[in-house]
Write a protein that binds this ligand. Structure first.
Ligand code: FES
Length: 84
């Protein structure tokens, strides 16, 4: 497990990459591929609401989110699993 600090407004993808955590991002973080898909184990309430790009890519239910479309919006711990 890797513990990192994040600022409000940052996307999960950027937080991962800035901290040396590999996260695929084949479409460049534009919400068109799902390679950045991750699972939120805890703290979904501290993340932005699911957006249209996630919905359009079939990411419609918890715990799945697209790392490039999901931002930190609240204070508190968030546990995210990256990869398979
Ligand atoms: S990087 Fe392609 S959907 Fe997130």
């Amino acid at each position: 497990m890797t513990l990192v600090q994040a600022e409000k407004g940052q996307k999960i993808l950027k937080i991962a990459l800035d901290n040396g955590i590999p996260m695929e991002h084949a479409c460049g973080g534009n919400g068109f591929c799902t390679t950045c898909m991750c699972t939120v184990q805890e703290g979904m309430e501290h993340l932005s609401h699911r957006n249209d790009r996630e919905e359009n890519m079939g990411i419609t239910s918890d715990p799945w989110r697209l790392g490039c479309q999901t931002s930190v919006v609240g204070d508190g711990d968030i546990v995210i699993e990256v990869g398979e």
